[in-house]
Ligand binder design. Structure first.
Ligand code: FAD
Length: 445
């Protein structure tokens, strides 16, 4: 009897424990289920769908080269998979563990039929626990525990052939899923991305020569100092163990590996706090008097706040589906502290617009910046956008993303005194915003 290989955010053949286990048992039926029901409000956002489309196309090709196929089905995962198992006579469903609450829900609904494997993190996260057996709440302690287990296991090789079943079940056509935007098509600026395992592995190889400068350059939005592997990692086109070992022997890889571990920390936190995307880590913040201002929210989303670094970041996000990490922090802090808008509004926007939108990473980082998280208590840390912009040398970055300001010199561009007609005034003054935010924080105590 064949077994089912259930693929989700692990769209690769290399270092694919569920695939290796399934292939060892006999015929394999690889399946991807597009499920817009189980995740409820966390159904996949627009930019992620664009990525998914291309990633599935790449995976289908890779499977075909191994004598296999990718079966596409749509609907509530647990029901779709149970029906597919009945239809094909499959006894077992193999899958790699994921920690998003909707995936845990689907996994539990599948019961004994499901055989779960670990392979999407540097170590099995259920084993990285405190002395009393719970998940770590703070990154530094998590990293200490995780690094005891490093290096990670060697990545698993791609099976030479993937045994095919005698009969293939029917598959949807990818094109019928309408994952790509049409009216309007906002994806022109996504052209530099190339989803799929081949590109992910190639990018990791290229990064071996770049990682030496990572620590020095990672905070500068104007240079390509980071790996840009985040969407590949989110969709599991490269496994973190593969990435780790690709850097074996590279000089200065420690800082980068520590950043990779943030991804594991975030997923680990979800085991303890599955609702982290919706719920303040610190309940005191439930009483926060957030402002409701659709027009301010829109100005932020569209990159028209009058703060060049913020506007540059928001436009990079909209245009390319990605934003530099330093600028993610600045724009997030601006929404939460300067505009006093609930962090969940920003998190939703990122969810819809990022190609690397990831429930764990997104919620942990938003809560960290907000100071509402279990791992931070820094409502009073209010990033000054103009200072940040100068400190991290964002002039070139602003010129690229805010063409209205292109002609301004380095001295003026962070905070232009004379504004071109088509560039807005500051939505709120920095000092005024800061005082309002601090007062809102004091009101909580
Ligand atoms: P690199 O610096 O090359 O890092 C390599 C990898 O390590 C990343 O691809 C990512 O998988 C991991 N990583 C690095 N920094 C972090 C971090 N702070 N938290 C978690 N993982 C990290 N990252 C996402 O993958 N998805 C998100 O939805 C997301 N939302 C964010 C929201 C906010 C408000 C902030 C401040 C950060 C968010 N991040 C998110 C984290 C970080 O900005 C991105 O992972 C990073 O910018 C991706 O670019 P890179 O691959 O070049 O990073």
């Amino acid at each position: 009897t064949p077994s089912i290989l259930w693929l989700r955010q692990d769209l690769r053949l290399q270092d694919q424990p569920a695939l290796v286990a399934a292939a060892a048992e006999g015929a394999v039926i690889p399946v991807y289920v597009l499920d817009d029901e189980t995740p409820r409000k966390w159904r996949m956002g627009g930019a992620s769908r664009w990525w998914l489309h291309h990633s599935l196309a790449a995976l289908a090709k890779a499977l075909a080269a191994k004598g296999s196929r990718l079966i596409l089905r749509r609907g509530r995962t647990a029901e779709v998979l149970a029906a597919l198992a009945d239809e094909t006579g499959a006894a077992t469903i193999h899958a790699n563990r994921h920690h998003e609450p909707w995936w845990v829900e689907a996994e539990e609904a599948l019961g004994d039929r499901l055989c779960r494997h670990d392979g999407n993190h540097l170590a099995p996260l259920r084993e990285i626990v405190t002395g009393s057996g719970g998940q770590y709440r703070v990154y530094s302690a998590f990293w200490r525990a995780l690094s005891q287990r490093m290096p990670p296991a060697d990545p698993l090789p791609v099976p030479r052939q993937i045994p095919a079943p005698a009969h293939w079940p029917k598959s949807d056509r990818l094109a019928d899923w309408d994952l790509l935007p049409t009216k309007p098509d906002w994806s022109n600026g996504f052209a530099d991305w190339e989803p799929g395992e081949v590109t992910a592995l190639r990018r990791a190889d290229e990064f071996v020569d770049e990682v030496v400068d990572y620590e020095a350059r990672r905070d500068l939005p104007d240079v390509e100092g980071t790996s840009r592997l985040s969407p590949h990692l989110h969709f599991g086109e490269i496994g973190p163990r593969t990435l780790w070992h690709t850097l074996d022997g590279a000089r200065n890889a420690e800082k980068f590996r520590k950043e990779m571990a943030w991804r594991d920390f975030a997923a680990s936190l979800l085991i303890a706090l599955p609702d982290y995307g919706d719920t303040n880590g610190r309940p005191a913040f439930d009483a926060m008097k957030w402002r409701r201002s659709p027009s301010d929210l829109k100005a932020w989303q569209q990159g028209r706040t009058g703060y060049p670094i913020v506007d540059a970041g928001m436009r990079q996000l909209w245009t390319t589906g990605w934003m530099h990490n330093r600028v993610r922090m600045i724009t997030a802090s601006f929404l939460i502290k300067h505009l006093l808008i609930d962090w969940r509004e920003g998190e939703r926007w990122f969810w819809d617009t990022l190609v690397d939108a990831d429930y764990g990473n997104n919620s942990v980082n938003w809560q960290w910046v907000a100071g509402t998280g279990v791992d931070s208590n820094m409502w009073g840390r209010i990033m000054a956008p103009l200072v940040q912009s100068e400190k991290f040398d964002a002039a070139g970055y602003i010129r690229e993303w805010v063409p209205e300001l292109r002609d301004l010199g380095d001295a003026d561009i962070h905070d232009p005194v004379f504004r071109p007609k088509d560039y807005p005034d500051k939505i709120i003054g920095h000092r005024e915003a800061r005082e309002r935010a601090l007062a809102a924080g004091r009101a909580l105590r």
